[in-house]
Design a protein around this ligand. Sequence first.
Ligand SMILES: [Zn+2]
Length: 145
Amino acid sequence: MEKMIEKFYKSLGKGKIYGTKCKGCGEFAFPPKAGCKKCGAHKMKWQQISGEGTLHLYSSGNLPPMKFAKYHPYAYGCVELKEGPCFFTQIEGVDVSSVEEIEKENEKLPRKAKAKVKKMAGMNIVVFKVVKSQAKKKSKKKSKK
Ligand SMILES: [Zn+2]
């Protein structure tokens, strides 16, 4: 298992994000796992994730781990990868300035998000950035009252 973690982080350093896919049933795991949670097989192969996901909910990181404290506040949420698994991580591109803003933005979810590798506290971590939806530009023009 430690070898897997090592490989995972080494790949992140190169900007590549890997998960594992079960050779038995095809179940995808992210972060990489040594065994399949679906069929119990231990034959997993490495597979790069597409990076596409859907943000389902987020909140602000109220209790960040100490080493991340200087980045506080940041958004922390649940992203469903295109490949299947849900992943909890830091979310970029959403508002965490107040509880009200967080609630408002959560109402707009789910939204598309894209994975990227970010260096934080000297570590490479996988974060997701929400994709600005350009399709439906609701008439948000500042109509002066
Ligand atoms: Zn399996």
